[in-house]
Structure formats: structure tokens, C-alpha cells
Design a protein around this ligand. Structure first.
Ligand code: GKR
Ligand code: MG
Length: 432
């Protein structure tokens, strides 16, 4: 048999780093540089499919380990790619304490248990980009066609300091945000710039009463705008219930207030606001646990980067419909390739019931041609060009890779970063 002209010839992974503001969360504070990887899959015919994923060292190692699996494969052979990656990248055996640590981690994307799903996703999106170029169709069409022309995103607010302790570059334009007044100003600026029509507050950083006061100030300043709060499981069940009582009638959903599925179930039993998660339903096995417990979590915040890709997230959406659950999307610091992939995915999922999270407004850099992507009234228009509809800006990629080489960060560590400000900070969770 002669090899297909479009057989995969080469996989290139470029780690990058971009400026990230000093955003506070339950684990600590963001470091000055966020890491990602840019994946390029090249065919013998010279087509290049692209994607963006995590850029921490274990992910780079896993991508390097799995890359040979793609050689000679057709860009259409997604099932075969999944089987080969699963065979090459054995999931590391986890100890009980690693499993428990994962239960309270804010960034499921860094869990070792997700390695195969993350690598499959990293390759799947780039292969779909290739398929789209071959078929002259946007990725959303390969996923069954668009259920909507625009995908809504929410204003993702953070408490933050005015600048990083190391002062590695000029302060960002957002300023300090530690009070309800600061939060309202941050929301106003984000909504003026991007037109978002719902608001999420990253909590779990300051005293819970202070954060509840922040939400109440937002409710007053933006009447009728859906509001969410996400303390990343940094509150006990008692604190979660006390705070939700203060916020009666104000929240659209309550995201990961207390640790573990049991903690969430205890909150659900005593509160009538639907619970959402990106921490306790992070794969299909956890979906089943939630279902077995009568679905204390009512909204799954998926993320194709660790759920196993765009097709896996579509399968998740079918399960969510079957169990009467809502679905939306989680995010971490990212650039435009991730945002565009998420937009194709969300356009293809009729069930998408809430505006998605995105950290995009917190970044000021870009790796795609044409620069920063533009929101229209808080939504992104679904691209209609073949594949993902974006290509790499080679100069930007080289510059961002250079940042990576020089920044010295190889794994995200919000806790260690916070200890630079407060050496006594323990990161113990739940803290409140
Ligand atoms: O970027 O600080 C952050 C967030 O806290 C992130 O790490 C979480 O994974 O955004 C995420 C969430 O919704 O939990
Ligand atoms: Mg969350």
C-alpha cells in the first residue's frame, strides 16, 4: 500500500510563556509567567495542524513520549491515535495521598491521572485542524455543525495585587483589587472592553464574608447580570452554607464551595442554588460517582484540554443531557488557539447552558496571526474558515518561546509564589 500524501510526518511541540497578572486564588497567587505548549502536526504533503495545551514539564514529557505514535497516521484516524497514545503513555500509579491532593487541586489539568486524556486532546484538536483543511470545512462542521453562531463567555473577576513581587515588567492596567469597590471597577472595565453579560468571581482568597460582600456589590452594580462565585473548595461545608445564605437570590450557580464530592453533597442537601464544578467531576469515572450519589453537582464545567478533547466533551454533553445536568466550560490562563478550539466545541454542543469561563482578558499576548481575538457583546463568533480558522504568528511564537527559555518557571506553583509575599502561608485547604 502506498503511504497517503497526508500521512503525519512530524510533531513539533514548542513550550511558551506569557505575562500573567498577580491573580489570587485558593492555592496562592499566579506567577509572573504562565506556561503553555503549542503543538504542530505536519503531514507529508506539508499541511500543518495546530493546537495549544498545558506547558508544564510533565505535560511536555508526555507529549514527547507520545509523539512517535502519530508518525504515518492519517489525520482522520482519531480513534487509532487515541489507542496508540493510551498504549504509549501509561498513566502513572497514584498513591492515596496523591489522589487526595488531586481532589483539592485547582488545576485538574496538572493531575497525573489526566495524562492520557490531555495528550489525546492535544493531538486530537491539531488533527481536527488538519481534517478541516483537507475537507475545506471549519472544525465545528466536523463536530456535527453549529448549534449557534456565537459562543458567550463570562467576565472572570479575580482579587489581585497591583503588581508582582519581583516586578519583572511594568504593572498591568487592571490595578489592585482587594475590596468590593475594586471588584465593581474591575467588572466595569472588563464589561466595557468585551461586553460580557455574566460575571464570575474567583474566591477562596480573602475572608469569605469579604468575598460575599464583593458579590453583593456586583449584584447592586449590575442588576440582572448572572453572577457566580468559585472559592475552589477553600470553604468548609459550614462556611459554604453561611455564605450562600448571605447571597440568597443572587447566584446563578455556586461553583466548588466545599472540598470533595461528599462536601459538595453536604452543601447541596442544605442549599437550593445549583452546584457547579470543575474539581470533583473531572472525568467519566467521577461523573459516574456524582450520578451514583443522586447528582449533588448539577452543572459540569468541562475543559476539553483534560476531558480528552472535543469529541470526548461532546460525549460528556450527551451524558449531561441524560442525567438532566447543565454544562459549561472551565478555563486556565491561555491564548487564542485554546479559545478558538473551545469556541468550535461550544458551538457544536446544543446543551451549552451557561456562558463559558475564560482567562483571556487577563492575557495581553497572542500567538495567532492577526493578534488578539475580538469579543462581540461578550461572545466570540464561530470561525467559518477551514480547520480551527487561525494560524500561528511565527514571530510571536519565537518570542513567546524565548520568554519560556528565560522565565525559569517549569511547573505552575501558586503556593510557592504566595510564600514570597507571606512566608507563613500554608495553602492548607479548606482555609475558611
Ligand atoms: O487561574 O487561578 C486560577 C483559577 O483558580 C484556575 O486555576 C482554576 O482552575 O479557573 C479555575 C477554576 O474555575 O477553578
Ligand atoms: Mg472553578
Amino acid at each position: 500500500m502506498t503511504a497517503s500524501p497526508h500521512a503525519i510526518r512530524h510533531v513539533r511541540v514548542t513550550p511558551i510563556a506569557f505575562r500573567d497578572p498577580p491573580l489570587l486564588n485558593a492555592a496562592g497567587i499566579h506567577e509572573p509567567w504562565a506556561l503553555r505548549s503549542i503543538i504542530e502536526i505536519e503531514t507529508a504533503s506539508g499541511l500543518v495542524g495546530i493546537n495549544e495545551s498545558y506547558g508544564d514539564q510533565p505535560m511536555l514529557d508526555a507529549l514527547a513520549q507520545a509523539a512517535p505514535a502519530l508518525r504515518g497516521l492519517s489525520p482522520w484516524a482519531l480513534n487509532e491515535m487515541e489507542a496508540r497514545v493510551a498504549a504509549l503513555v501509561a498513566p502513572p500509579v497514584q498513591t492515596r495521598s496523591e489522589f487526595l491532593a488531586q481532589q483539592v487541586s485547582l488545576a485538574p489539568g496538572t493531575h497525573v491521572s489526566k495524562t492520557v486524556a490531555k495528550v489525546v486532546s492535544a493531538f486530537e484538536v491539531a488533527m481536527l485542524d488538519l481534517q478541516g483543511q483537507l475537507a475545506n470545512a471549519p472544525v465545528v462542521d466536523l463536530l456535527g455543525g453549529a448549534a449557534r453562531t456565537h459562543v458567550p463567555y463570562s467576565a472572570y473577576l479575580f482579587y489581585k495585587y497591583a503588581e508582582h513581587i519581583e516586578r519583572p515588567y511594568a504593572p498591568d492596567p487592571w490595578g489592585e483589587a482587594l475590596t468590593p469597590g475594586h471588584l465593581v471597577a474591575q467588572a466595569r472595565r472588563m464589561i466595557d472592553l468585551y461586553g460580557f453579560q455574566s460575571i464570575k468571581l474567583k474566591a477562596g482568597a480573602l475572608a469569605p464574608e469579604q468575598e460575599a460582600a464583593g458579590i453583593l456589590a456586583l449584584a447592586q452594580a449590575f442588576p440582572g447580570t448572572p453572577l457566580r462565585i468559585d472559592p475552589n473548595a477553600n470553604w468548609s461545608v459550614a462556611t459554604s452554607l453561611e455564605i450562600v445564605a448571605r447571597l440568597r437570590g443572587v447566584l446563578e450557580y455556586y461553583e466548588d464551595p466545599a472540598p470533595g464530592l461528599e462536601g459538595m453533597a453536604a452543601v447541596a442537601r442544605a442549599c437550593d442554588v445549583p452546584l457547579a464544578t470543575n474539581m470533583v467531576v473531572t472525568d467519566f469515572a467521577e461523573f459516574r460517582r456524582n450520578a451514583d450519589m443522586g447528582c449533588p453537582v448539577k452543572i459540569v464545567l468541562s475543559d476539553h484540554h483534560y476531558w480528552g478533547g472535543l469529541r470526548a466533551t461532546q460525549r460528556l454533553s450527551t451524558l449531561c443531557s441524560t442525567f438532566g445536568l447543565g454544562l459549561s466550560m472551565h478555563s486556565n490562563s491561555h491564548l487564542g488557539v485554546s479559545l478558538v478550539a473551545m469556541t468550535h466545541l461550544c458551538a457544536s454542543v446544543p446543551l451549552l447552558t451557561y456562558a463559558c469561563d475564560t482567562h483571556y482578558p487577563w492575557q495581553d499576548d497572542e500567538v495567532v496571526q492577526g493578534g488578539r481575538l475580538r469579543f462581540e457583546q461578550g461572545s466570540l463568533r464561530v470561525p467559518t474558515a477551514p480547520g480551527l480558522g487561525v494560524t500561528l504568528d511565527r514571530q510571536a511564537l519565537a518570542r513567546l518561546h524565548d520568554n519560556y527559555l528565560r522565565c525559569g518557571i517549569r511547573n505552575r506553583d501558586d503556593l510557592a509564589q504566595m510564600r514570597k509575599y507571606d512566608p507563613a502561608f500554608t495553602g492548607r485547604q479548606p482555609r475558611f
